[in-house]
Ligand binder design. Structure first.
Ligand SMILES: NC(=O)c1ccc[n+]([C@@H]2O[C@H](COP(=O)([O-])OP(=O)(O)OC[C@H]3O[C@@H](n4cnc5c(N)ncnc54)[C@H](OP(=O)(O)O)[C@@H]3O)[C@@H](O)[C@H]2O)c1
Length: 296
C-alpha cells in the first residue's frame, strides 16, 4: 500500500488507509480471530492502528481494545517500528452511563492507563470528545501536559470544530499533530478543519468513513452515484467511497472498521483505485446523509 510523509504527525510513513479498531471490541468477538484480521491488514500495509480506551465490550473492560491492539502488534512478525499507534482518552463509562472528563488530572491518569494497556507509548494520543463542563482552553492545556509528561509521542484532538482547532494549536504552541473527525458519503460538513489540517500538513483521520456499520452495508443504495461509478470501474460502492475520500485532501487517511478478511481485502484493494475528475465531480454532487453516526 502506498505511504506518504507528514513529519509533523509522525516520523513513520503514513499509510493510505488505517485500521479502525472499534468493532474488534464488540461483545462476544473472538480475540484470536480479531488479531488475525489485524495482522492481515498490517501485512498489506495498513500500518496505522486506531484505538481508544473506551472501545470495550463493557464499562468494566475499558482499555480492552488498546490491549488487543498492543498484543496484535507484539505478535506481528513484520516491522513493528513502522506502525503508528493512535489512541484516545476523555470519554468515561460506568455501567450504561457514558460521560466526559477533560480535566488535567483525569487525562494524565487515563494516558498512563493507555500506556499500560498498549504496553507502549503511543505515537499519537488524542483528546476524544469535548467535556462541555469545562473550557476547551483548559482541555487543550491538559493535552499539552500529557505530551510533556512523556505519555505520548504526539498529541491531537478528535471531534473538534475550527474554533477549537485554533484554540488547540494556540494553547499547545502548535503541537497539534493530527485530527480525527467524521467524514464519509453520509457526513461531509467538516470543511474548515480539513482545510486547516491540509494547510498545516497534519493527518486528518476520517472516522466511520463508510458511514458506520448500517450505512456501510447499503452504501450503493443510499448514494446511487457511488453505485454508478462502482459499476463503471467494476468495483464496489464501498471501495469507491474510500478512494473518493482520499481525493479530498493529501492529509486525509480513512480509518474503516472491518471484522472479516473479505472486507479487509476489498478495503486494501481500494487503495489502488484512481478516480477520474468526472467521477469525482459526480460523487461530490451526491446528497449527504442525515447527520452524524454518533452525534455529540
Ligand atoms: N473518534 C471518534 O469519535 C470515532 C467515532 C466512531 C468511529 N471511530 C473510528 O472509526 C473507525 C471506523 O468506524 P466504524 O467502524 O464505525 O464505521 P465504518 O468504517 O464506516 O463502517 C464499518 C463497516 O464497514 C464494513 N466495511 C469495511 N470495509 C468494507 C468494504 N471494503 N466493503 C464493504 N464493507 C466494508 C464493515 O464490515 P465487516 O465488519 O462486516 O467487515 C463494517 O460493518 C472505528 O473503528 C474507530 O476506530 C472514531
Amino acid at each position: 500500500m502506498q505511504t506518504f510523509s507528514l513529519p509533523k504527525t509522525s516520523s513513520k510513513p503514513i499509510p493510505a488507509l488505517g485500521i479502525g479498531g472499534m468493532p474488534f471490541s464488540r461483545p462476544g468477538r473472538d480475540l484470536d480471530e480479531s488479531i488475525s484480521i489485524i495482522h492481515f491488514g498490517l501485512n498489506h500495509g495498513m500500518t496505522l492502528l486506531n484505538t481508544a480506551d473506551v472501545y470495550a465490550p463493557s464499562a468494566e473492560e475499558m482499555g480492552h481494545n488498546e490491549k488487543l491492539m498492543g498484543e496484535a502488534l507484539r505478535q506481528w512478525d513484520g516491522d513493528q517500528s513502522k506502525v503508528i499507534v493512535v489512541t484516545k482518552n476523555g470519554i468515561t463509562r460506568s455501567k450504561d452511563q457514558w460521560n466526559r472528563n477533560g480535566s488535567k488530572e483525569y487525562l494524565l491518569r487515563a494516558a498512563e492507563k493507555s500506556n499500560k494497556e498498549l504496553g507502549m507509548v503511543p505515537d499519537l494520543l488524542l483528546h476524544h470528545r469535548i467535556d462541555q463542563s469545562r473550557s476547551f482552553t483548559e482541555q487543550a492545556q491538559a493535552m499539552l501536559a500529557v505530551l510533556n509528561a512523556g505519555l505520548t509521542k504526539k498529541i491531537g484532538f478528535s471531534n473538534i470544530k475550527q474554533s477549537e482547532y485554533e484554540i488547540a494549536q494556540q494553547e499547545t504552541h502548535g503541537q497539534v499533530s493530527a485530527v480525527e473527525n467524521e467524514r464519509s458519503p453520509r457526513y461531509r460538513s467538516d470543511v474548515e478543519v480539513l482545510e486547516s489540517c491540509t494547510k498545516d500538513q497534519i493527518a486528518y483521520l476520517a472516522w466511520s468513513p463508510l458511514g458506520g456499520e448500517n450505512d456501510a452495508k447499503n452504501l450503493g443504495t443510499l448514494y446511487p452515484e457511488f453505485k454508478e461509478v462502482a459499476r463503471d470501474l467494476e468495483v464496489t460502492a464501498q471501495q469507491v467511497a474510500l478512494a473518493w475520500l482520499r481525493t479530498h485532501s493529501n492529509v486525509l487517511v480513512p480509518i474503516p472498521g472491518f471484522t472479516k478478511i473479505k472486507t479487509a481485502e476489498s478495503t486494501i484493494a481500494s487503495a489502488d483505485l484512481t478516480l477520474s475528475n468526472d467521477q469525482i465531480a459526480l460523487l461530490n454532487s451526491s446528497k449527504p446523509g442525515n447527520g452524524s453516526v454518533y452525534p455529540s
